[in-house]
Design a protein around this ligand. Structure first.
Ligand code: ZN
Ligand code: ZN
Length: 253
């Protein structure tokens, strides 16, 4: 299993427009955080998780541009705004997109031109596949949805082999904490150090979840400039916990 982080930033990205803080002006490439998205490569399949506004730029710099399917965590714009740029992946056949029914319904509203009977030539051809709570297969890869609460919005994390990928979490149901106990690689959102946010875990809150889940390794994503410099923050974290950074590739044997 290999995960390549295409982006590790919160919805406005880092640097943020109009901000002149030290993190936004950092010259360390690990402090440049495009919107959160990743490619998971497992058993010969390349699965994109979320497709935000930076997707085109992200996939052009990725180690491989191959993609077999898109998994969506939720409908927020920083996670779906790049879907139109999947056009090159749908020339020959429609590109599969796995999401909960409420996300699919909203996609019909946000991209009405891509669905219907008389399609403008060249629009992305998407095969929207509804998922529910149970596991599903993408070819020979089993994907288990993880129910996650993003404030009051029920969204989806994904468990793929040794990986549990959770973004935009504020609360994780206790049963899921138990189920994920000891997972080899936990990827989870952590917005900033201390200040609570209504819909995102802070680093402190994510560390508390890490203590309960006891993963082999944890990597944080969906960070704002208030998560600090990569080099400084990582030194303050426990030995098996780090901030992920854009373009990072992590393999789990
Ligand atoms: Zn988000
Ligand atoms: Zn969100």
């Amino acid at each position: 299993m290999e995960i390549e982080f295409l982006g590790t930033g919160t919805s406005c990205g880092v640097p943020s427009i109009g901000c002149h803080c030290a993190v936004c002006q950092s010259s360390d490439p690990r402090d440049k955080r495009l919107r959160t998205s990743a490619i998971v490569r497992y058993k010969g399949k390349s699965l994109l998780i979320d497709c935000g506004p930076d997707f085109r730029q992200q996939v052009l710099r990725a180690s491989s541009q191959a993609l077999d399917a898109l998994l969506l965590t939720h409908i927020h714009y920083d996670h779906v705004a790049g879907i139109d740029d999947l056009r090159p992946y749908s020339y020959k056949h429609s590109f599969p997109v796995y999401a909960r029914q409420d996300v699919i319904d909203r996609l019909h509203l946000t991209m009405p031109y891509a669905f219907g009977t008389h399609l403008y030539p060249g629009v992305p051809k998407l095969d929207l596949v509804p998922i529910a709570d149970g596991p599903f297969m993408i070819g020979n890869v089993a994907v288990e949805p993880i129910p996650v609460m993003h404030d009051k919005l029920r969204i989806t994390g994904f468990r793929i082999g040794p990986l549990a990928y959770i973004t935009d979490c504020k609360t994780l149901p206790p049963a899921q904490v138990e189920r994920l106990h000891g997972t080899p690689l936990l990827v989870i959102n952590a917005l900033r150090w201390h200040k609570p946010h209504h819909s995102h875990l802070s680093i402190e809150e994510s560390l508390e979840l890490v203590r309960r889940i006891e993963p082999g390794r944890a990597l944080f994503i969906h960070m704002s400039h208030e998560a600090g410099f990569h080099s400084v923050t990582c030194q303050k974290l426990p030995r098996n916990v780090d901030l992920a950074y854009d373009t990072q590739i992590v393999r789990v044997p």
